[in-house]
Design a protein around this ligand. Structure first.
Ligand SMILES: Nc1ncnc2c1ncn2[C@@H]1O[C@H](COP(=O)(O)OP(=O)(O)O)[C@@H](O)[C@H]1O
Ligand SMILES: [Mg+2]
Length: 595
């Protein structure tokens, strides 16, 4: 089990980025186009200082000896280079941004598609918030690398190499001098720039801290006010905001210093080289155009160095993000499909036969205590079995194992004679309908919420299932009937109504095995009667296991299993168990108010 590391500043090898290759390889054509645009744009950039030199030396310097048409030609050529630069730069930006967005979208979908196949064990140790931040923050970092950093790096390497070569061609001596000047100028700016960036990240983190705190408190407003903690919370938030302000001020101070130093150093170097160059021009060792060309190439080389250092930091962070995403993608669910799944025998009219043989099960997070120990039970097709027992007895766990959310450490579960580990997970889960204790209602209309039971059901089938589940009437009375929006931002429903939606879902699925976890919230008498009749409709023509909290349900069952501490301690009919005077008799005396 992975504990996904927080996005720390830990150094990851840049080689990790190679893990992105499978996501990049489908787009070879686009990469090629981007590379062409990039090389053209870099070449045009490198041509501009040369064109400038021609313009100065031949356009201005020798204006007397040349015809105006000649002069016009140089200006037209310079503008031509600028046109090529404009088109190639736009094309590069378009291609590279497209790649960044495309690859990020692919990675997001791949990670999400992988995460939704994970077993509950994964979600016990990984918070959904963490997965979400992988999907947003980490993929955004990768987007910046694919979408800009790669092209920035290539472009600046080209500019650096090309610019340097052109510098040497123009003047070897001045180049030697300017290289020293470059080191003296660029190095402090780069190092200082890193510090400023780190400070700006810190300041973002402080703001995130403050808003996380505010978010938690705003969600707990009734508690805060009931305990009259408003002032304390406001003060706590104020302190957090002050902290963010102090961090921001550190960044701002460093930034203004950096601005001053950068301008001084850059202009100092330019003035110094210009001064040297002016002397060379006066002495006739260099033309004015050559000096201009030289200064422009020097600026290109200096800019390339600065950009490369920035790209490196960015790539480093993206490598970390890639590592975490690949880790998530590599996460293997312990519940796996068999290599050669067996088929279920044809469905019998009565329902599924279920056998649990000597099941021993510990939750992975609590290996020391057995949630089920040596549990054996056989359930005939069509039987309705009520499971009762005190809280923590292992009733819900039994359902989890039947759905194969977990595998038992020993023992065997079979449906219609086939070991469930030999079945395809979808085949197994399609054979089981579950009405959970707490129904999840999705943000969708009533029709779609019920259709969750079987995605290809027609509207008429949905309505038929809702009618059987005693949900039709109340849905019709909603403001927009079946089109009414449910869920968090929609119509709120009572516990009994939610449960009838869940029953309708299960009925629509029409599974041979039905698992019911009765609602424990006190339903009002009318709801209870409706839910009860819905449950009875649901049990027809299938095997049903019901975790029962109501005497009415228990009495109607063919058989009652009494569970305690992961074992079945009693089994029989209501009358026989009451006569035994054991655990069931005492639970029945309490009217099953335990859950
Ligand atoms: N996800 C889990 N991880 C660890 N222990 C669990 C988990 N779910 C349930 N348990 C433990 O397993 C035992 C059986 O729980 P459960 O099957 O939910 O009981 P019941 O449904 O009968 O009330 C309890 O001791 C419970 O604390
Ligand atoms: Mg339970």
């Amino acid at each position: 089990m992975t504990t996904i590391t927080a996005p720390a500043s830990k150094k990851t090898s840049l080689a990790t980025l190679a893990g992105l290759l499978p996501f990049l390889s489908p787009y070879k054509r686009q990469f090629l186009l981007a590379a062409i645009a990039l090389v053209v744009a870099a070449s045009a950039t490198l041509a501009i200082p040369y064109a400038f030199k021609q313009m100065i030396d031949l356009g201005f310097g020798a204006a007397g000896s040349k015809s105006t048409t000649h002069v016009d030609l140089y200006f037209i050529a310079l503008f031509g280079v600028a046109c090529v630069l404009a088109v190639a730069t736009a094309a590069r930006f378009y291609m590279v941004s497209w790649l960044g967005e495309r690859v990020t979208a692919d990675i997001r979908s791949a990670v999400y598609a992988h995460v939704v196949t994970q077993s509950p064990q994964f979600f016990e140790t990984t918070q959904s918030g963490e997965v979400l931040s992988r999907l947003t923050t980490d993929t955004t970092l990768i987007q910046s690398v694919v979408g800009t950093s790669i092209s920035m790096a290539l472009r600046n390497v080209l500019l650096f190499v090309g610019g340097l070569a052109m510098l040497f061609i123009t003047s070897v001596k001045l180049t030697a001098i300017i290289l020293l000047a470059l080191v003296a100028v660029v190095l402090p700016i780069v190092l200082f720039g890193r510090r400023v960036r780190k400070l700006s990240r810190d300041s973002q983190d402080r703001i995130a801290d403050a808003s996380a705190m505010a978010g938690e408190i705003l969600n707990a407003m009734p508690t805060v006010q009931a305990f009259t903690h408003e002032k304390i919370e406001a003060r706590r938030f104020g302190a957090s905001v002050e902290n963010a302000f102090r961090t921001a001020m550190q960044r701002i101070r460093a930034r203004s210093l950096l601005t001053m130093v950068a301008i001084l150093l850059v202009f100092g170097a330019i003035v110094f080289v210009l001064w040297l160059g002016a002397h060379a021009v006066i002495a006739g060792r260099m033309s004015g155009g050559e000096l201009g060309q030289f200064i422009l190439y020097a600026a290109i080389v200096a800019g390339a160095i600065g950009a490369l250092s920035e790209v490196l930091g960015e790539a480093q962070r993206a490598a970390g993000a890639t590592e975490r995403l690949l880790e998530l993608l590599g996460e293997e669910s312990p519940i796996r499909n068999p290599a050669l799944p067996q088929a279920l025998p044809p469905r019998s009219a009565a329902g599924a036969a279920v056998v649990l043989e000597d099941i021993v099960f510990h939750y992975p997070s609590r290996p020391a205590t057995a949630a089920l120990s040596h549990l054996t039970v056989e359930i005939a097709p069509g039987e309705t079995v009520a499971i009762v027992g005190p809280s923590g007895a292992g009733k819900t766990t039994l359902f989890q194992l039947l759905l194969r959310f977990y595998d038992p450490q020993s023992g065997r579960i079979a449906i219609d004679g086939v070991d469930i580990r030999a079945l395809d997970l979808h085949v197994l889960r399609e054979a089981i309908g579950i009405v959970p204790q707490d129904t999840i209602i999705f943000s969708a209309n009533a029709m779609e919420n019920i259709r969750y039971g079987r995605a290809d059901a027609t509207d008429a089938e949905v309505i038929a299932a809702a009618t059987l589940a005693a949900a039709h009437e109340f849905i019709e009375r909603l403001p927009e009937g079946y089109q009414s929006f449910l869920g968090e931002r929609g119509v709120r429903m009572s516990g009994g109504q939610r449960q009838r939606i869940a029953i309708a879902r299960a009925l629509l699925k029409n599974p041979p095995l039905l698992l019911l976890d009765e609602a424990t919230s006190a339903l009002d008498a009318e709801s209870e009667r409706l839910v009860q009749s819905a449950l009875e409709a649901a049990m027809v023509g299938r095997t049903t296991l019901v975790i029962a909290h109501r005497l009415a349900t228990v009495q109607r069952a063919d058989r009652i299993l009494v569970m305690e501490d992961g074992r079945i301690v009693e089994s029989g009919t209501h009358a026989s168990l009451v006569a035994q005077g054991g655990l069931y008799a005492s639970l029945a005396a309490l009217q099953f108010s335990l859950h």
